[in-house]
Structures are given as structure tokens and as C-alpha cells.
Design a protein around this ligand. Structure first.
Ligand code: PGA
Length: 248
């Protein structure tokens, strides 16, 4: 059995004070949840404050990005050691917004995953097709290419996959549970063929997940959790998603 994981991706939202407000109200809402793992990924500037508040809770902390070098003259970048020292145990890598706006390729994503894993950070690797690719029936081809490139020369240890169809992110257009399950099954089949440990790896769905859509998505055998953007910005809606994920 794979334990569900619900992760918040706050993107470029929340100041330090807003982060503290969220966490202080969120902790009591989910303190009794034992059957779901909970991860929050605030912006870099809020990590340290969040880590202080999340100590001794059932919530873990992740970053939204990392650089692939360990240190040096890379103005504006953040290293694995910096994330560890800020209290992170995980990092999201390869989000479609990073691929689209910051030119991240599968090769860069692969280098980032390698550095993160070498330093003991768990990784949430995001993959997903565009609307055009889906309409041209290229979804599985795209997912396989992203998996092969992003996970080149890597084992699956410490890796979670987030399937995030680009057309579903921030659009209010959630994939149907059947679409999500089909894509996840395809991802797992590719991983089984090419890597050890695909049975226990968690595959999250991401793209306009709300408290209302969580139960149906989680009812699918291949959906092991969710990566939540917009609906993770309010404590009550994110807590509802966590609770609904545990009821399955
Ligand atoms: P969304 O974002 O829930 O706002 O669609 C999800 C994501 O991009 O991780």
C-alpha cells in the first residue's frame, strides 16, 4: 500500500508573515491526520520561518526549486545545503512553470534531481503534457520522454512523481479521474519496465485540485496523492483536501 501524500505548492505567494499565519491556523486542522503525509512548499524566503513552526508536527517542508551546483558564482541560485539548513527535506523539481518561463529542460531537471538526491533531499518530479500534445495524442510519448530524460542514470529512491497536465494547472479544469488514472498507469508501466521500485513510488496528480475533486481522484488505484497550487493557499481548503484524501 502506498500512503497518500498531499503537497502544497505555493508558487510565488505568501510573505513570511502570511506563511506564519497560514501555518499557525493549519497545524491544528490536521494534527490528528495519520493516514496521509503532508508537505508544504513555500517560497524560499519563508522556508526558515516555516521550518521553525513545523517542528514536531506531522507536516514536512519542501522547496519549489534548487540549483544543480553545490556552491559558487551562480547569482540568485539556491543550493542543496542551503535548503537543508533552512529545514527542507524535499524539493519540487521540473514544474511546468519552470520549464515554460525559465527554460528548464529534461537535462537540467536531471542534473537538479541528481544534486538533490546526492544531498539527501526527497524529490517531487513534475511532468505533464500540454493541451496541444494531448489533442495530438502525444500524451504518453511526452511523459515517457520526460521520464527518460529527467531520470537518466537515476534510481527511484527518494523520488515522487507529480503528473501535472499543463492544461489543468491553474485553469479550473481538473483532469477527470479516468484521465489521471490512465496517465499514472502509463507512467508506472514505463517505470516498471525501466527501473526498480516502481510499485512503491508515489504518483501524485496536480492541476486544479480542490476539496471537491479530491475524493474522486483519490478513489483511483494509481492516484497516490496530489500536488495542489491555488487551493493550498487557504488553510481550510488545504486541510479539507488532506482530510478527503485520507478517507479513501
Ligand atoms: P493548481 O496548481 O492547483 O493551482 O492548478 C498545481 C501546480 O501547479 O502544482
Amino acid at each position: 500500500m502506498r500512503k497518500p501524500l498531499i503537497s502544497a505548492n505555493w508558487k510565488m505567494n505568501k510573505t513570511i508573515m502570511e506563511t506564519e499565519e497560514f501555518i499557525n491556523s493549519f497545524i491544528p486542522m490536521v494534527k490528528d491526520v495519520k493516514d496521509v503525509d503532508i508537505l508544504i512548499a513555500p517560497p524560499f524566503t519563508s522556508l526558515s520561518a516555516a521550518a521553525g513552526l513545523l517542528k514536531q508536527t506531522n507536516i514536512t517542508l519542501g522547496a519549489q526549486n534548487i540549483f544543480y551546483e553545490e556552491k559558487g558564482a551562480f547569482t540568485g541560485e539556491v543550493s542543496p545545503a542551503m535548503l537543508l539548513s533552512a529545514g527542507c527535506s524535499s524539493v519540487i523539481i521540473g514544474h511546468s512553470e519552470r520549464r515554460q518561463y525559465f527554460g528548464e529542460t529534461d537535462e537540467i531537471v536531471n542534473k537538479k534531481i541528481k544534486t538533490a538526491r546526492k544531498n539527501g533531499l526527497e524529490v517531487v518530479l513534475c511532468i505533464g503534457e500540454s493541451l496541444k500534445e494531448r489533442e495530438e495524442n502525444k500524451t504518453f510519448e511526452v511523459l515517457e520522454r520526460q521520464l527518460a530524460g529527467s531520470l537518466k542514470d537515476m534510481t527511484l529512491e527518494g523520488i515522487t512523481i507529480a503528473y501535472e497536465p499543463i492544461w489543468a494547472i491553474g485553469t479550473g479544469k481538473t483532469a477527470t479521474k479516468e484521465q489521471a488514472n490512465e496517465a499514472h498507469a502509463n507512467i508506472r508501466a514505463w517505470l516498471k519496465k525501466n527501473r526498480e521500485g516502481a510499485d512503491t513510488l508515489r504518483i501524485l496528480y496536480g492541476g486544479s485540485v480542490t476539496p471537491e475533486t479530491t475524493a474522486a481522484l483519490m478513489s483511483q488505484p494509481e492516484v497516490d496523492g496530489a500536488l495542489v497550487g491555488g487551493a493550498s493557499l487557504k488553510p481550510d481548503s488545504f486541510a479539507q483536501i488532506v482530510t478527503n484524501a485520507g478517507k479513501q
